[in-house]
Design a protein around this ligand. Structure first.
Ligand code: URA
Ligand code: CA
Length: 468
């Protein structure tokens, strides 16, 4: 099989066979192909797209390029979750202990944030001493012991994705649905989960801004997972504003603790209950002793584990097991603290109708909460806390958010990005300094937390599509 023939076929818009795709991926993963041929392949896929069958073949070949974990000797059912990335998305830190407190063991591998979007590893590192570089043996021992482990994404899983991703980054081929779907799903499949809940974000703070695009990404990933025999649920979740009130690593750990301890009906709490419920229902449906668990039952059980403190206790147990200081979860003043704070006020009276959430993420990166480049250091203490949500009525001068900083220059840079004047939601490249907050006289109905749910589970192979 000639590599140039494969490239020419994709270039000319012909579908590739499973054999051609796996030949190409294997050769590249083994170091037998130069980067320029892989770059040509990525650009041809970017421009021509891939059918579901091709995306599945690409994902399976990437998943097979390294170690593939199998938990079946240890766990009755391995359930996993993945978020496509956004702001103030502390879901993993809440959902993992919550689901584990219901008796469903969870082993999760997470990544770092890049650009405006946060990553669970950066958040959990705000806790002193927390160790996430776990070997497979350590993960196994810990999940047997306490039913929960949270590790960094292992480079041994889907190494082809690591190589492709580095090339995509420098060849303008990141934003392609088949390439994103194969990248995410190859790591999930290699991680050995039988049931996978995908939290696909849509909106101004997501990588997919529009619903049709997010829906297509969700459908592709569900189809790939089903083809690999996994149970899949994809939630298309709103990211037109930060999910929680806090954006920034220690601030988000504190918010995760509050969500696990108290019961205020916040958007974050509701979102975590929806994700946890999907995970619990997958695990219960696969349990022959139980067979099925209805949404109402799952919800009741999860709310009980929040109310009786067992979900929070499980989080403390996880932190202690991995070398972190659990006292920081009880007394949040022990978490890294910022030196400076400043309130950004509303520039006019009216209803908060739109937020450029990516601009908020850029302001957090300017503060040092996130990275522009992989090698950048981050400051766990800094970030922002929202004081208003979409749909809120505001008086001119009322607080929109509080900035938390450790450096005057960085605070000024964040203020510049957040405190624009009148105008529409700011756009990159717009010379005028516009506020990332659109405040109008008339109120727009805020978007729903979940736009759609797409499920594909065993015994229900027709992929359903329900609006929640
Ligand atoms: N997350 C990934 O892991 N890969 C992508 O391509 C995009 C988001
Ligand atoms: Ca990701």
């Amino acid at each position: 099989m000639q590599i140039t023939d494969i490239l020419a076929r994709k270039r000319d818009g012909h579908p590739l066979s499973d054999g051609e795709i796996s030949h190409f991926v294997q050769a590249y993963a083994r170091g037998e192909l130069p980067d320029y041929q892989a770059a040509a392949f990525l650009m041809a896929v970017f421009l021509r797209g891939m059918s579901s069958a091709e995306t599945t073949a690409l994902t399976l070949a990437m998943a097979a390029s390294g170690a593939q974990l199998d938990w079946s000797d240890l766990l009755p059912y391995a359930v996993d979750k993945h978020s496509s990335g956004g702001l103030g998305d502390t879901t993993t830190l809440v959902v993992l202990p919550l689901v584990a407190a219901c008796g469903v063991p969870v082993v999760k591998m997470s990544g770092r944030g890049l650009g405006h979007s946060g990553g669970t590893l950066d958040k959990i590192e705000a806790i002193s001493g927390f160790r996430h570089q776990l070997s497979e043996a350590e993960m196994r021992a810990q999940v047997e012991d306490i039913g929960l482990a949270l590790a960094g994404q292992s480079a041994a899983l889907a190494p082809a994705d690591g190589k492709f991703y580095a090339l995509r980054d420098v060849t303008a081929t990141v934003n392609s649905i088949p390439l994103i779907a194969a990248s995410i799903m190859s790591k999930k499949l290699a991680g050995g989960a039988q049931g996978i809940v995908l939290d696909v974000k849509v909106g101004s703070g997501a990588f997919t801004a529009e619903l049709p695009e997010a829906r297509q990404l969700a459908r592709e990933m569900v189809a790939v997972g089903r083809a690999a025999g996994r149970d899949m649920v994809a939630l298309i979740a709103d990211m037109n504003q930060p999910l929680g009130r806090a954006v920034g690593n220690a601030l988000e750990v504190a918010e995760a603790c509050r969500t696990l301890c108290h019961n205020p009906p916040t958007r974050l709490r509701e979102h975590c209950l929806i994700v946890a419920s999907a995970m619990l229902q997958l695990a219960r449906a696969a349990d022959p002793q139980i067979g099925t668990s209805w949404p109402q039952e799952a919800r009741r059980e999860l709310e009980a584990r929040l109310a009786d403190g067992s979900a929070f206790a499980k989080f403390q147990q996880l932190v202690a097991a991995q070398g972190g200081d659990p006292r920081q979860l009880e007394d949040m003043h022990r978490l890294p603290q910022p030196r400076l704070q400043e309130v950004i006020p509303a520039h006019r009276s009216g209803y908060l109708n739109a937020i450029d959430a990516t601009a908020l993420g850029r302001a957090c990166t300017a503060l040092g909460a996130g990275r522009l480049r992989k090698e950048d250091d981050i400051d766990p203490a800094v970030g922002l806390v929202m004081r208003a949500e979409l749909g809120d009525a505001l008086e001119r001068g009322a607080p929109l958010l509080t900035i938390y900083a450790n450096d005057e220059g960085r605070l000024a840079a964040a203020r510049h990005l957040l405190a624009g004047g009148e105008g529409s939601v700011s756009r990159q490249g717009d010379a005028r300094r516009l506020s990332p907050f659109r405040i109008d006289e008339d109120r727009c109905e805020p978007p729903p937390l979940i736009h759609e749910t797409i499920a594909g589970v065993a015994g229900n192979s027709a992929t359903g599509n329900a609006t929640q």
